[in-house]
Design a protein. Structure first.
Length: 242
């Protein structure tokens, strides 16, 4: 019979010790892109929040940039998934696989690392959605998980004096959500979140310009790199139509 102390040892007990040999990570888990910051090294990952899965074996074929390049170019057995929608997790299982990949990549593929992780979340997500983010990070081998509002992380990253007794207004427009917060003395005085952001604005501008000019629509399909400059002329009414 094994001694009592050996029965108390489990993976959960060893993880805090393993975290001493890994870097702390801050993860901006976005609808469009995911960024990972490692202490002392800066931003080490900035890739699309996309995963390619083999439907037969459930094996991950690609994550991030490689997976995004597969959109519209895969056979029927490979499915390209965007596991986040409007700033929250839409597919729990795929998000877990994506986080595990990014955490290992941030640590140069070392498997026996269990970092402390800070993840940004919209200010008005539900407790169920918060629990989904936390559980996904723990399943991705994180030792500790802390959730911080996106607007607060944006203010700290921008170098605003958030610790002083003065108001700092932050508007963080992402791909899936827009967060607005008033920050003072390291805390949020008021915060609001809208699930309307960059993706919605791009879709609206594209639809408007498509209605105004068929030539613009063909230009979007042929020359996507000019998408940022062409809509400016489409959003204004020509003088002869006024």
């Amino acid at each position: 019979m094994r001694p009592e102390w050996t029965r108390r040892i489990s993976l959960e007990n060893v993880r805090p010790l393993a975290s001493l040999f890994s870097e702390d990570l801050a993860i901006d888990l976005g609808t469009v892109n995911t960024r990972v910051y490692a202490r002392g090294r800066g931003i080490v990952i900035n890739e699309p929040s996309v995963v390619a899965l083999d439907e037969g074996t459930e094996e991950v074929r690609a994550v991030g940039k490689e997976a995004k390049e597969m959109l519209g170019r895969t056979p029927t057995k490979i499915r390209v998934i965007k596991p986040l929608r409007d700033g929250v997790i839409a597919d729990f299982r795929v998000t877990e696989k994506m986080l595990a990949y990014f955490i290992q990549k941030a640590h140069q593929r070392r498997t026996l690392v269990h970092p402390r992780v800070i993840i940004s979340v919209p200010s008005e997500i539900t407790q169920v959605e918060r629990r989904a983010v936390t559980d996904s990070a723990y399943r991705a081998k994180a030792a500790e998980v802390h959730l911080v509002e996106q607007a607060l992380m944006a203010a700290i990253g921008a170098g605003l004096p958030v610790t002083k007794p003065a108001g700092n207004l932050v508007v963080d427009i992402g791909g899936g959500t827009t967060d607005v917060a008033l920050i003072s003395m390291s805390g949020i005085v008021y915060a609001g979140s809208l699930r309307i952001a960059g993706k919605s604005a791009s879709a609206t501008a594209t639809r408007h310009c498509a209605r105004r000019s068929r030539r613009f629509l063909r230009g979007v399909l042929v020359m996507p790199k000019r998408l940022l400059t062409v809509p400016l002329s489409c959003l204004t009414t020509p003088a002869w139509r006024r």
